[in-house]
Every structure is written in C-alpha cells, then in structure tokens.
Design a protein around this ligand. Structure first.
Ligand code: ADE
Length: 225
C-alpha cells in the first residue's frame, strides 16, 4: 500500500513516520510513503497558497487552484483521496481497517481557517476528522491515520496476532498486560496469570476486557449489545 501526504509542513510528517514499526515497515518495503510540500504548487514569486475569504471574516483560506495541481501530481486511477477537517467523518478502527484494504491513500492536511470548499466538493473522496477537537492543521491527523492503517498491513507488526486481539477490533477494550517482576513495591501480578491454566487465563482476560469497557467506555459496551 502507498500513502501520499500533502502538507505545508513536510518535516512534521516525515520525521515521526520514519521511526519505530512504521519506519521499519517502510524500510522492509511493506508500505510506501511520499510526503509532498503543497507550497511547490504555490502561486507567483512568493509561492502563495492561501487568500482572504470571499464574504469577509477572519483568517485565510487555502486556494483550490493550488490544491488541485498538488493532488493531480500524486493521484492515480486507484487513489482514495482524503481531506482532514474537524468537520469530517470520525476516524476509528473500522475506518483504519477499510483504509488498509486500499492500494493508495492520498491524505491532504488543511491549515489556516480552512480550505476552499470546492476541494471537498470536487477533488476528494471523503473528509475525515480524528476527534471532536480543533487542531492547528491536519498533520497530526495524517500521522494518526498512517500509523493506525499501516500497522494493519501484512508484515508491518512483528506479531501478527497482536493487531487482532487488541482494543476496538473486538468492540471491547483490551485486557491488562503484566510482565516481570511478579511483585514490585508491593504491587502483585494477578495470581491467575501465574497459574499456567490457559483456560482460566482466557476467561479472566475476557472478564477484564468487559469490566474495563463498561467502566471506561460504556458507549462501546452498548454498541456491542
Ligand atoms: N484539522 C483540524 N482539526 C482536525 C481534526 N480534529 N481532525 C482532522 N483534521 C483536523
């Protein structure tokens, strides 16, 4: 799978994704990542990318005649083009799973007050938000979406089952994990995990998962009814 990210701040996106599991996935050829500076399509000597809003108001708006060629430079016949906006559809594990089936994702990071609405109307397949809060731009959203999607691709995570067991894939939060030491500052590891009884361990983990979901995310618990 290939990701192309269009941004005014390429360093914000490049750096973090070259590390850890996703960085290794790129090096191993499990995914490809391109990060592109929208300003290379800016207008005139100053490479202008934004302008004042028609109708007045504060802030600047990113121009459609800049984003159009920026998108055209990376778009392929099989591309899925996503624009990040606080007003987009909420990103979740299910959306990550859908994205992970696609051959090519183009991710556009908005900035300033917003993006000319004609980009959303004519040039993108969907708009996505990573949560109900307003960020200064779409770069953090792009990092979240690339990370959550890329880790689902074959061979990106070392242990193939770890992507399946965890929170959200099953509609419940993940059970708690423990490792050595067995006791630390008087805080013991639950006995059942040391019992060697796999049936009991499985049952305990399922219970813990349901208890945590009910306590922390009752909205998820209701969805699973
Ligand atoms: N741009 C600004 N806020 C955002 C959000 N919550 N999600 C995606 N893109 C954004």
């Amino acid at each position: 799978m290939r990701f192309d990210v269009l941004t005014l701040f390429p360093e914000m996106v490049e750096g973090p994704l070259r590390h850890s599991m996703i960085g290794r996935g790129i090096e191993a050829g499990r995914l490809e990542l391109g990060v592109h500076d929208i300003r290379t399509h800016g207008l005139g000597r100053h490479r202008t990318v934004d302008d004042a809003p028609f109708g007045g108001g504060s802030g600047m708006v990113m121009r459609v005649d800049v984003l159009d060629p920026a998108i055209a430079a990376v778009r392929r016949p099989d591309s899925h083009v996503v624009l990040f906006e606080p007003s987009g559809a909420r990103f979740d594990q299910r959306m990550a799973e859908r994205f992970a089936t696609l051959p090519h994702l183009v991710l556009i990071c908005g900035h300033y007050e917003g993006i000319d609405a004609r980009v959303r109307e004519h040039l993108v397949d969907e708009t996505v938000s990573i949560g109900d809060y307003v960020l200064t731009g779409g770069e953090y959203a792009a990092l979240v979406v690339v990370d959550a999607t890329a880790r689902l691709l074959p061979g990106v995570l070392g242990n193939a089952t770890s992507a399946m067991d965890e929170s959200f894939s099953s509609g419940t939060l993940e059970y708690p994990h423990y490792t050595r030491p067995r006791e630390y500052r008087g805080w013991p590891v639950p006995d059942v995990l040391l019992s060697g009884n796999h049936g009991k361990v499985e049952k305990w983990r399922r219970e813990q998962s349901l208890l945590r979901t009910a306590a922390i995310r009752p909205d998820l618990a209701r969805k699973g009814d």
